[in-house]
Design a binder for this molecule. Structure first.
Ligand SMILES: [Zn+2]
Length: 375
């Protein structure tokens, strides 16, 4: 009994100690977060709000009417090494666009690229583009009146797909004059995809790839094919080996979480001449997908992608403008993802020897194509 009582007392004391430690830790974390984040975060929020206000003025409408889709490289661009992540919250608060509703989209960008925002109104098809000179954006992010900063580039144009297809020559002329800086293709393709209720998986790949193109579309189709036909279970291993790389790689790595850092992705860069000389069916191969059930050998499937079938479907219509030609193909892919899976060709299947890893094929000095051919 005595022992029990002492044990209870000890437990109480220990329990109190644990709570005290937890409380101290939480207080420290909270105060650290409050001390470390707010100034720069708050400035970035204000910058996002200021951009939203400028765009609302240019569009001539309240955000409640605009049905806005915001596209930006905020969160990636870092003028003067300052984070722009808070701009996203500023835009969300001001416009109502959100990540969850797929109306606030961030396109991957290198840290040293100029910060830009695009505000597209689904209601009118008009899109405002704001781009900031990096030195000025850096000052705003460091607290020099972020509310009053004006974009160095402030443009507005109608960019809804049907309008652009009907006014291709005008759009070409606007592009020549520098419409939307270096980001016209990115903004036009992404905004139109989101405006047509593009599914979130496709938008995920688009955001990593930083634009929507037929190439990344083919990667989304290939990833869907892998999901529906090749992956046997959630705990199965997956390794992607691309032998003919193009924009599809960013969809495959993103949607299958098969990344080189996790040793589940590899790529070779052969020339067209080298590929043509490969023994059939490897001369038509684009990626090899390896899957593994626990305890089993790795299973390989060589896949090809027949773009000619896709082109036969969406036609050879040309707008005399590469942005619009690609947008036209993108929208076909978006509306026909299920049918597009028919363009994936399983060319060959094989098992690796027990204990052999797909990455073993990629060791320096290994004859990759010769080995794949013999398997
Ligand atoms: Zn691309």
């Amino acid at each position: 009994m005595e022992v029990f009582t002492m044990d209870r007392t000890y437990r109480k004391v220990r329990s109190f100690g644990v709570w005290l430690a937890l409380a101290a830790t939480l207080t420290f974390c909270f105060s650290t977060a409050v001390l470390a984040a707010p100034a720069q975060y708050g400035n970035a929020v204000k910058l996002g709000q200021a951009a939203s206000a400028q765009a609302s003025g240019m569009l001539g409408m309240d955000w409640s009417q605009a049905e806005v889709i915001a596209v930006t490289n905020a969160g990636y661009a870092m003028p003067g090494e300052n984070s722009t992540k808070g701009c996203l919250d500023g835009i969300a608060e001001a416009t109502g666009a959100t990540v969850g509703a797929c109306t606030l989209l961030t396109l991957q960008s290198r840290f040293d690229q100029p910060l830009w925002f695009a505000f597209f109104s689904k209601k009118t098809g008009q899109c405002v583009y704001l781009e900031y000179e990096s030195a000025r954006a850096a000052k705003a992010l460091q607290g020099e009146s972020p509310e009053s900063i004006k974009a160095g580039v402030a443009q507005m144009a109608r960019i809804d797909a049907d309008y652009l297809f009907a006014h291709a020559a005008d759009f070409s002329a606007q592009l020549k004059k520098g419409l939307f800086g270096n980001n016209a293709f990115r903004i036009v393709t992404t905004a139109n995809a989101a405006a047509r209720n593009c599914n979130s998986e496709t938008l995920k790949a688009i955001q990593v790839h930083d634009h929507f193109c037929p190439g990344v579309s083919s990667g989304i189709v290939l990833a869907n094919y892998v999901r529906h036909n090749l992956l046997p279970s959630p705990d199965a291993g997956c390794f992607v080996l691309s032998v003919n790389p193009w924009c599809k790689e960013d969809a495959l790595t993103t949607l299958l979480n098969a990344t080189p850092g996790k040793r589940s992705y590899a790529v070779v860069y052969p020339t067209g001449k080298q590929r043509a000389a490969w023994p059939a069916p490897l001369n038509r191969a684009c990626s090899v997908i390896f899957t593994q059930q626990k305890g089993q050998p790795w299973h390989g499937t060589v896949l090809g992608f027949d773009f000619s079938k896709a082109k036969a479907e969406y036609g050879k219509k040309s707008f005399g403008n590469k942005v619009l030609d690609k947008l036209h193909a993108d929208l076909w892919f978006m509306d026909n993802m299920d049918r597009a899976e028919a363009m994936v060709e399983p060319l060959k299947e094989f098992d690796l020897a027990a204990g052999m890893m797909p990455r073993d094929l990629m060791q320096p000095g290994t004859d990759l194509i010769g080995t794949l051919h013999k398997l």
